[in-house]
Write a protein that binds this ligand. Structure first.
Ligand code: ATP
Length: 193
């Protein structure tokens, strides 16, 4: 599982998923757009984020998207999502929760974080500006995989700011997503933080 706001999906997400798939020999990566991200106050409509994420992954046979968080009422908690996935896939399926180094830094503040380790193994990928190795060493998560991946200094925030200021986003997000953003007039008003 790769959870996030995906506002919008970008190459950083796709490379992280592809590297996790390859390095850990996973069967598939499910991208899960957050319904109501409890740690972020500004985000685009969930349906736009879901459609963009689906458009972004559709060229890859082992990537898919899930509506599990969008269709759940109330705030989005990763522990609930992983429990739903555990129920769906069954005990025999090994679950991995993929996250960027920046997210890992705040992990200890997550809702019921102690339960996560019992449901999934944590995968922390390198991201510019975050020292995944040292965070992972300090962390108490029992089963953590630290993956070195190509460092891509791209974020949803940067993509939104680029659109708002008329700069290109080609090659930072998949071409289908570039078209969706343009056709739906997303991010033109102001660069949401
Ligand atoms: P925003 O700038 O809107 O906060 P973001 O791109 O940083 O967005 P999310 O869409 O919430 O963040 O990211 C989902 C997951 O993907 C997080 O675990 C995040 O750390 C990871 N991720 C995002 N961008 C990258 C990147 N460039 N390299 C590695 N991991 C990334």
């Amino acid at each position: 599982m790769l959870g996030g706001t995906f506002d919008p999906i970008h190459l950083g997400h796709l490379v992280a998923a592809s590297e996790a798939l390859h390095q850990l020999e996973l069967d598939q990566v499910v991208f899960v757009p957050a319904g109501r991200p409890w740690q972020k106050s500004v985000y685009s409509d969930g349906e736009d984020r879901f459609l963009m994420t689906t458009l972004g992954v559709m060229g890859h046979a082992r990537f898919s998207t899930s509506r599990v968080e969008l269709d759940r009422r109330g705030p989005t908690y990763t522990v609930d999502t992983l429990s739903t996935m555990r129920d769906f896939w069954g005990e025999e399926t090994k679950l991995f929760f993929i996250t960027g180094g920046d997210t890992l830094a705040g992990l200890s503040t997550w809702h019921e974080v102690h339960k996560l380790a019992g449901v999934a193994e944590l995968v922390a990928v390198t991201r510019p500006g975050s020292d995944v190795g040292s965070i992972a060493r300090e962390d108490t998560w029992p089963n953590i995989h630290v993956l070195d991946i190509p460092l891509l200094a791209v974020s949803g925030t940067d993509v939104r700011r680029r659109v708002a200021s008329g700069r290109p986003i080609d090659f930072l997000v998949p071409p289908e997503v570039v078209s969706y953003i343009r056709d739906h007039g997303l991010y033109v008003e102001a660069a949401s933080a």
